[in-house]
Design a protein around this ligand. Structure first.
Ligand code: HEM
Length: 684
């Protein structure tokens, strides 16, 4: 009787209980090892002896005793375990040699970056063992760059070597620009963003042809037309949010907001659901749902965000059997509820399309059309899981990042009343101008570009509190990069972490005050005719439109308001001159400046040089929603600050809040304050 070697190998492997863990490549190599060992024996005689021994029959006539077979089995297991144990170290040795060959500073870390370090961070933090600044924190940070600290020791570009391979960590703007501009040479790492794949493949984690197809379908939706809707809807939702804070009986002078973060998340979700999903919502309203659920729309998103990791790590078929009150049970509940809301909205859009009453595409109609009609270049339709994947990812990417930026900006303004004064003057002036033009509403086309301090505040908040701190790429082949005039070859397969928070806090780029929140660094103060719009007054008279006491606008005088006109440049800027960006530095020095492009944005604020400001990334894989987010931010600010100013709640000091802002919420996908900071809006 013959027994094939693979069958024998499976018996051995199963006894280790380990085969499930293996990628196909691993399985293959483990078989090879066992084959070499077993080949020392006479397979024809060994095999029957195994079977006979197992079935309890006599081993008479066999030349090898069962003890020998047992010892051989143990030996195989030992060798297998040793090789398995040594494998990462052997790999590490190989990676080390490849890293040394690059010639850049190098650091060895004992664990793979990415998901592993994310988990390690969370577990150790939850055990209370992770204090910022400690050796352990620094060691774990090696796999998860955050800020410029690591670069102080290692330089603006260095390599980390771990059992998983090489990672190039970059806080140099020129290399960041180079990598971001070469999509084919530096694609996203394989299996990147798998965690956001939970409903299906989507534009953020696709690459190559698939990405091009997804971008062709979804990109055109984010045009000026949608920005007009975003503007309108942002003002509407900001009003609704303000109303939700006011006591139902009467208006009061001070509105207390215990959890501004949750409210901005709801605000962001409602805005994108209306503007991109064609489904306008009241403050507490739910969109249509394909099946019944006890979770509200907002609760399903909140719960989904909280349990994203469990959903990602647990097979769906297992998740559905989880006990309802367990973490996995809640994860499944959120996953199915949110999926039903998306299906409900898709069904609604299909009905609109069938009825012929959708003249302009929103995101969902664009996805539905791509599902129904084959793409010309791709010769294929979008698959249902891709429709769901994209419907999910735009909601997800489109609300949390913007909401958190609004949240941080609001806290920072409460901490910096001097900057808030400049903002309030701008808001008043924009409303006054609109009134002078005979309008009682702000309009996207006319008023968006009048914002300057609002832009400056948004940009500076994104610089210091960057929602997505690192974007990851991968070298598809050996790739040359130039750093400080020297060329280095980055081997194929190297992960490349573009450390946006590192660049944003790099003193060579942003000056010695790089870590300070200084919105004035974004304002062009002279030289290009873009004088700031506003003239802060010693004691500001309320502007005509701001003075209104009801929702009905008062008729304003046609004469220019005291805060309007071609005013001389602001004196407060002079006081803030010390914070102006560093001047452009010479080319011979490797040092670059954030403002070295010398250009301005259309709004007279600094347009940073390429590679120096990366909250939205750059190049063809840059954020599709950059303008969407900016329009939302400006419209919400213009609405909230029209009649109110923001302050920290009583008992909360600037220092206490500053301490909290240094942390980050554990487990959150994008940056969020680690605890709620109560704010209040005070009538001005
Ligand atoms: C302050 C707000 C936002 C920030 C800071 C931000 C940041 C980013 C970053 C850093 C990326 C690149 C990610 C990577 O390559 O790994 C990205 C991509 C993307 N973002 Fe945003 N985002 C914001 C708002 C939005 C909004 C409002 C939308 C949609 C409405 C959106 C949709 C997308 C999409 C679709 C991509 C993938 C682009 C592609 O690969 O083709 N984002 N975002």
């Amino acid at each position: 009787m013959h027994l094939s070697v693979p069958n024998v190998s499976m018996i051995v492997s199963n006894s280790c209980g380990d085969t499930d863990d293996y990628a196909p490549g691993h399985i293959h190599s483990s078989l090879t090892i066992q084959y070499q060992h077993w080949s020392d024996f006479d397979m024809v005689s060994v095999a029957p002896s195994i079977l006979e021994t197992r079935s309890g029959r006599s081993t008479q006539g066999s030349t090898i005793s069962s003890e020998t077979i047992f010892i051989a089995g143990v030996l195989v297991l030992c060798i297998y375990s040793i090789v398995k144990f040594l494998r990462p170290f052997l790999a590490l040795y190989g990676h080390l040699r490849r890293a040394q060959a690059i010639g850049l500073p190098m650091k060895v870390i004992p664990f793979p970056p990415g998901l592993f370090s994310f988990f390690a961070f969370q577990i150790i933090r939850r055990l209370g063992l992770l204090t910022p600044g400690t050796k352990l924190h620094r060691l774990l940070s090696m796999g998860r760059p955050d800020g410029y600290d690591l670069h102080k020791e290692m330089g603006d570009v260095f390599v980390t070597v771990s059992p998983a391979g090489l990672t190039l960590i970059v806080a140099d703007p020129k290399i960041a620009t180079h990598v971001n501009s070469k999509r084919a040479e530096f694609p996203k790492p394989p299996n990147t963003g798998a965690i956001i794949n939970i409903y299906g493949r989507n534009v953020i984690n696709a690459d190559g042809e698939v990405w091009r197809f997804h971008r062709r379908v979804t990109g055109p939706v984010f045009s000026e037309r949608i920005h007009r809707v975003v503007w309108q809807e942002s003002m509407n939702q900001a009003h609704l949010m303000m109303q939700s804070w006011l006591p139902s009986t009467n208006r009061v002078d001070i509105v207390r907001i215990p959890s501004f973060g949750n409210d901005t998340l709801r605000l962001g979700l409602n805005i994108i659901t209306s503007a991109a999903y064609g489904c306008p919502l009241g403050w507490n309203e739910n969109p249509p749902c394909a099946s019944s659920t006890s979770l509200s729309y907002h609760a399903s998103v909140e719960q989904l965000t909280e349990h994203l990791m469990s959903i990602f790590l647990t097979p769906r078929w297992l998740l559905r059997f989880a006990w309802r009150d367990s973490t996995w049970g809640r994860a499944w509940e959120a996953y199915t509820a949110f999926g039903s809301y998306m299906r409900g909205m898709l069904d609604r859009e299909r009905a609109h399309l069938d009825a012929g009453d959708r003249t302009e595409d929103n995101l969902l109609t664009a996805l539905i059309r791509a599902e129904e009609m084959a793409d010309e270049k791709e010769s294929r339709n979008m698959e249902p899981h891709e429709v769901m994947g994209n419907a999910f990812i735009f909601l997800f990417a489109g609300h949390e990042t913007t909401a958190n930026t609004l949240h941080y900006a609001m806290i920072l303004l409460a901490q910096h009343p001097d900057i808030q004064e400049l903002l309030l003057d701008e808001v008043d002036e924009v409303y006054d101008r609109a009134a002078l033009e005979g309008r009682d509403q702000l309009e996207y086309e006319l008023d968006f570009n009048r914002a300057r301090w609002t832009f400056a505040i948004m940009s500076e908040t994104l610089r210091i509190y960057t929602p997505t701190g690192v974007t990851n790429k991968w070298s598809a082949t050996d790739q040359p990069i130039t750093f400080e005039g020297q060329t280095y070859v980055i081997p194929q397969g190297t992960r490349i972490s573009l450390n946006a928070t590192g660049i944003h806090s790099n003193p060579k780029v942003w000056g010695d005050n790089a870590m300070e929140w200084v919105p004035s660094r974004w304002i062009i103060q002279d030289g290009d005719g873009n004088a700031p719009l506003i003239t802060p007054q010693p004691s500001r008279a309320p502007s005509p439109m701001r003075r209104r006491s009801s929702d009905v606008f008062e008729k304003v005088s046609d004469s220019p308001s005291p805060v309007l006109r071609s005013a001389p440049l602001l004196s407060p800027f002079a006081a803030l001159q010390q914070y102006s960006p560093r001047p452009m530095l010479s080319r011979s020095s490797s040092v670059c400046s954030a403002t070295s492009s010398g250009t301005t944005s259309p709004h007279g604020i600094v347009k940073p040089a390429k590679g120096t400001f990366l909250p939205f990334s750059e190049g063809s894989r840059a954020c599709s929603g950059k303008k969407f987010a900016t329009v939302e931010f400006v419209a919400v600010f213009f609405t909230l600050f029209r009649e109110h100013r923001v302050e920290l709640e009583e008992g909360w000091t600037v220092e206490r809040v500053g301490g909290i802002l240094k942390g980050r919420k554990a487990g959150a996908l994008t940056l969020q304050p680690p605890e709620a900071i109560p704010l209040r809006f005070v009538k001005r």
